[in-house]
Ligand binder design. Structure first.
Ligand code: HGY
Ligand code: MN
Ligand code: MN
Length: 413
């Protein structure tokens, strides 16, 4: 194991500087794919890469690859990385830790004065969050060949803007048919991320060694009834879309709550009624359903129960529905060799550590379709994430980056 010194002050400054790129007042973060703020943040990261003497390249949808050549640049590099897009009203560490922490790990290895055999890369994946186009991990999905050119061209944002037009406006005009990286792109991929849950902090454990990423599905459901005057349409004659959607929402919650798997979760994150006037019966509701479980078969079971519940409610209330499944991804497993090296790195650094599953999805799940992967978690205060109070301490950040740097060093030699 090499002794690599992380410059935590430098990294914390980078994290604070990147946090300034937000479309919401601090401490809330909002950095939506291809927005001016997102593009400016990408510019800052490129400058950091250049200042460190690294090269970078970008693909046709904005995946950014920052590279430090090793002694044998022909060998598949070791890669790390994460994302810097941020959902509305979120925090400044989700994803950012894995991009700026990866950059810091590479800088620290370079400053240790020893060149690794394999080159190293930090990837900033485009669009890990589903905010703009409904689908999460668009960047890593494309690299893994898990979203086709046709599917990319069909994507539309909530204002009806086509993905193609939006990416072109952001300056990405190269053809889309060269995105997939292929199986030998890297030797290994390891992502550093905050846990986004309370377990490490509650257990007083410094490092989480992630063995698996959950199966997840995001659906958008439109329920259509009949609108009308709030005063003149009597209750027996109503086909109220909102009441049907409300009954459905509670049913979705029950399907997850009553599931025998304690990992099963379901979230209705969006719920929009039309015309949304106090004296008008809603004729339409658009809602999203996000379901996850550690095991794909449990997620599949929940999907079937949810679809059956929806059909029953529509029949009973004489409304109709239309479901669009944005993504239905299998769970992903980490590679044992990498897990053992992460464990050895944490032990060598004297850090407490434990194996655990991730309850959030990550770009690692798609990189797992190409190369052996693993993830490293650090605690975050109260497990908060996707909210402005998200916080990770400099000590925990330094520990995570040190484990990442030592793991990358081992994998690269
Ligand atoms: O939703 C997720 O699991 C990830 O944080 N985007
Ligand atoms: Mn997130
Ligand atoms: Mn994330």
């Amino acid at each position: 194991m090499s002794s690599i010194t992380i410059n935590c002050n430098r990294l914390m400054k980078d994290i604070e500087a990147l946090a300034a790129f937000s479309d919401m007042p601090a401490p809330a973060m909002c950095r939506i794919l291809y927005s001016k703020t997102d593009m400016a943040a990408r510019g800052m990261i490129k400058k950091l890469a250049e200042a460190a003497g690294f090269s970078w390249r970008e693909d046709a949808i904005g995946n950014l690859f920052i590279r430090m050549d090793g002694n044998n640049p022909q060998l598949p590099p070791v890669a790390t990385g994460s994302h810097t897009d941020a959902i509305p009203n979120s925090g400044k560490y989700d994803g950012v830790l894995g991009v700026l922490g990866g950059l810091e790990a590479m800088r620290a290895i370079k400053e240790s004065g020893r060149m690794p055999l394999r080159s190293l890369e930090t990837i900033m994946f485009t669009a890990e969050e589903p905010t703009r186009f409904g689908v999460g991990c668009i960047g890593s999905r494309a690299l893994a060949g898990a979203i086709s050119e046709t599917q990319l061209l069909q994507l539309q944002d909530l204002d009806g803007n086509a993905f193609e037009a939006v990416r072109a406006e952001a300056g990405f005009k190269a053809p889309l048919n060269h995105l997939p990286l292929g199986k030998n792109c890297y030797s290994h991929f390891v992502e550093l991320h905050i846990e986004q849950g309370p377990n490490l902090e509650a257990a007083g454990t410094q490092i989480g060694i992630v063995t698996a990423i959950p199966a997840s599905t995001t659906m958008q459901i439109c329920i259509t009834g009949e609108g009308g005057h709030a005063g003149t349409v009597m209750m027996p004659n109503r086909r109220d879309a909102l009441m049907a959607a409300a009954e459905f929402a509670l049913k979705v919650e029950a399907i997850a709550k009553d599931n025998t798997s304690s990992d099963a979760v379901a979230t209705i994150g969006k719920f929009e009624a039309f015309p949304s006037a106090s004296n008008s019966i809603p004729n339409e509701v658009i809602l999203t359903v996000d379901i996850r479980d550690r095991r794909s078969e449990v997620r599949d079971e929940m999907m079937a129960s949810i679809e059956a519940a929806l059909a029953g409610i529509c029949k009973e209330r004489k409304v109709t529905s239309k479901t669009v499944v944005f993504n239905c991804d299998p769970s992903a497993e980490s590679d044992e060799e990498i897990l053992s090296i992460v464990e050895a790195s944490a032990s060598q650094l004297g850090l407490s550590h434990t194996r655990m599953v991730s309850r959030a999805f990550h770009d690692t799940a798609f990189m797992a379709r190409l190369v052996p992967v693993a993830m490293i978690f650090i605690p975050c205060a109260n497990g908060y994430s996707h909210r402005p109070e998200e916080y990770a301490s400099p000590d925990d950040i330094e520990n995570g980056v040190a484990v990442l740097a030592n793991t990358m060093w081992e994998l690269a030699n």
